[in-house]
Design a binder for this molecule. Structure first.
Ligand SMILES: NC(=O)c1ccc[n+]([C@@H]2O[C@H](COP(=O)([O-])OP(=O)(O)OC[C@H]3O[C@@H](n4cnc5c(N)ncnc54)[C@H](OP(=O)(O)O)[C@@H]3O)[C@@H](O)[C@H]2O)c1
Length: 265
């Protein structure tokens, strides 16, 4: 397999590392396109490095676009000039629609994907939609590559990428916010920082694994922790007064609406 990655920041580099870690591409078959010399030496350990979009990209089976959405306009004409119809273009740029990708790149075979930041350690989840039906070889290639960064989920409808962005794309930030709030609460109650941090992180980790293994719904697991007149119930009364659940739901809806606005702008 021959792969090009245009843009090697957090996500582009995470992809390169995962593909190499799982032996999905050889060093000489991975082309990393940067725009400055800065990280050349570091990235040369992973693949061949180029400082511009040129004909070499035409050799790839898959071209991944991992620049920021605002940088896409700057690279699209050069990419359009070198793409061949049989290549698959996979974009992870938030808010750039399949229609725009196909138009600006003058290329039909595009995949639009929404990963999340745990992809950097192979624990991400990526949902993707395709512009045209991929053939079996192309589907396997895309699934195999995305699965190397965690899990991959195929979406029938591109529009579902907006709620996906709100749930799993932004989701790590919600999680970190809850972790930070709990640690801060522990500090305010007098715990040492390292103790509060260890308690909260291990609680999150253990609770996740319990949820995965216990064969019970989140609601049932909450009830299993809560006893009448106890501490958890006291906390949940305050959460209900502060409409914590509604605030989370409204926030996720706002993120989804914003994803739609960005895709339409
Ligand atoms: N981070 C996330 O959690 C996440 C989640 C889902 C989707 N995404 C999407 O993933 C994409 C990348 O995000 P990121 O967090 O990896 O951003 P990032 O760290 O800023 O990486 C973007 C990279 O693109 C490079 N670049 C810009 N213009 C270029 C050009 N003309 N040629 C070659 N390289 C160029 C930048 O180079 P310089 O280093 O020189 O600026 C930078 O290294 C975004 O479109 C974002 O919407 C990110």
């Amino acid at each position: 397999m021959n792969i090009s990655i245009v843009g090697c920041g957090n996500m582009g580099q995470a992809y390169a590392r995962s593909f190499r870690k799982y032996g999905l591409v050889k060093q000489e078959d991975l082309l990393l396109v940067l725009r400055s010399e800065g990280r050349r030496t570091q990235l040369e350990a992973l693949g061949r490095v180029a400082l511009s979009i040129d004909a070499a990209i035409g050799q790839s089976d898959l071209v991944i676009i991992a620049v920021k959405p605002q940088d896409f306009g700057g690279i699209a004409p050069a990419l359009a000039a070198v793409l061949r119809p049989e290549q698959v273009v996979l974009s992870i740029m938030a808010g750039i629609t399949i229609h725009r990708l196909q138009g600006d790149l003058r290329h039909q075979t595009v995949v639009r994907a929404m990963p999340n930041s745990p992809a950097q350690i192979g624990m991400g989840i990526t949902a993707y939609a395709t512009g045209t039906e991929l053939n079996m070889r192309q589907t396997l290639m895309v699934e195999q590559l995305l699965n190397s960064t965690g899990r991959a989920v195929h979406l029938e409808h591109e529009a579902h990428l907006d709620p996906v962005t709100a749930l799993s794309g932004s989701g790590p930030a919600y999680f970190f916010h809850i972790v930070k709030t709990m640690i801060d609460a522990g500090l305010a109650l007098g715990l040492e920082p390292h103790v509060a941090s260890a308690l909260v992180k291990q609680t999150m980790l253990g609770s996740y694994h319990l949820m995965e293994h216990a064969d019970r719904t989140p609601e049932e697991l909450i009830q299993a922790v809560m006893s009448k007149g106890g501490t958890t119930e006291a906390a949940f009364k305050v959460f209900a007064e502060g409409k914590l659940g509604e605030a989370l739901s409204s926030g996720i809806e706002a993120a989804s609406r914003r994803a739609t606005e960005l895709s339409n702008s």
